[in-house]
Design a protein. Structure first.
Length: 232
């Protein structure tokens, strides 16, 4: 399975260090023994990091499997706050996992930006990606192509093209909108706060009354794709 470069790199590094240790000529000098001890310690630490990465990945996917059916049944408006799909929750999915979801679309390669936005602004990456996929047609819309605007941000109905915000990059679009949602829609003190759900955000974010259902449909699509990701 692709998009596993981080784990592969760490594993290869461990193998290289092991080869160096086992192939090095015997030398009883203190310096040689000290160097060997440090390298052995380095190999051990790398192996522990690999184990931790695998364990955390398995835990993420176990929670996905547990919470996904509940979300599909209840939607974001009725799930508990500890559910993986709760809009203010950090999923912990890595850029490689998110890029796997985006592969084959015009949003491919933006996994790191979505990961950073989730970490910094506590906006669920599955939800944020779903909004971007819906609003930009998976990155194919005019605003996405010409203005790097993945969210239809400020694209008012009376003049959606000219009024829409122009971003320097798609990464900037993701960061800006995540911050805006966090401060204005998901904070109880925010200007557009109506609750923490797609229905609540729909009230002020989009004029389409079906926006919430469409975004949650994309969240289901994303979750299905994440379930395909190889966690071994």
């Amino acid at each position: 399975m692709k998009n596993r470069f981080k784990n592969i790199f760490v594993s290869v590094l461990a193998i290289v260090l092991t080869v160096i240790l086992t192939s090095e000529p015997q030398d009883n000098s203190f310096a040689k023994e000290y160097k060997k001890g440090n390298m052995e310690k380095g190999v051990q630490e790398i192996n522990e990091q690999v184990k931790d990465l695998k364990k955390s990945k398995i835990e993420r996917h176990e929670k996905l499997d547990k919470d996904f059916p509940i979300f599909k049944e209840k939607g974001t408006a009725k799930i508990d706050e500890d559910n993986l799909f709760y809009i203010k929750n950090k999923t912990g999915f890595t850029k490689d996992e998110l890029d796997y979801v985006l592969s084959g679309t015009e949003l491919e390669g933006l996994g790191e930006a979505f990961e950073k936005a989730e970490e910094e602004y506590s906006v669920n990456s599955i939800f944020l990606m779903a909004v971007a996929k819906h609003e930009s047609g998976n990155g194919t819309s005019y605003l996405a192509r010409e203005k790097n605007n993945l969210f239809g941000f400020n694209a008012i109905d009376s003049d959606p093209i000219n009024a829409a915000t122009h971003f320097k990059s798609k990464d900037e679009s993701i960061e800006y909108v995540a911050k805006f949602l966090s401060e204005n829609y998901l904070d109880p003190e925010g200007k557009f706060y109506n609750g923490v759900s797609t229905d609540a955000i729909n009230i002020s974010y989009a004029t389409d009354p079906e926006w919430s259902n469409k975004v949650e449909g994309h969240m289901i699509e994303i979750a299905n794709k994440l379930e395909e990701y190889n966690v071994e």
